[in-house]
Design a protein around this ligand. Structure first.
Ligand SMILES: [Zn+2]
Ligand SMILES: [Zn+2]
Ligand SMILES: [Zn+2]
Length: 115
């Protein structure tokens, strides 16, 4: 079942399976799994790459280094976006609200961002 969630305060829809208001999804839902990522291929925000690949109907593309200024990361705690470059250098802490992000996400960066 697809349960996309519209965040009321901002015009961003986070797609994915069982997405809640903190952008936790059916695949990743620990206390720290609170970011969503806009995908290069379609420009849409998904809670995780599995949500994308189940629903999007096309293969995911990674962001090239030349586009790391793109506001492609969405914080499920403060509902603000940040550029990829800021996310990669934020030491797993939201620069807006200081929420803690999951450091384990670093193991998956290659799925989203050019290395
Ligand atoms: Zn896509
Ligand atoms: Zn997911
Ligand atoms: Zn935040």
């Amino acid at each position: 079942m697809n349960t996309d969630r519209q965040i009321a305060s901002v015009p961003i829809t986070i797609h994915g399976r069982d997405v809640n208001e903190r952008t936790q999804c059916a695949h990743y839902h620990s206390e720290r799994d609170i970011i969503a990522i806009r995908h290069k291929c379609c420009g849409e925000f998904y809670a995780c790459i599995h949500c994308h690949n189940e629903a999007a109907g096309h293969p995911a593309q990674v962001w090239p280094i030349t586009e790391f200024h793109t506001e492609a990361i969405y914080c499920g705690s403060c509902h603000q976006t940040l550029p990829i470059a800021s996310y990669l250098s934020c030491l797993n802490t939201c620069p807006h609200c200081q929420a803690a992000f999951n450091p384990g996400c670093a193991n998956h960066y290659h799925l989203y961002f050019e290395q």
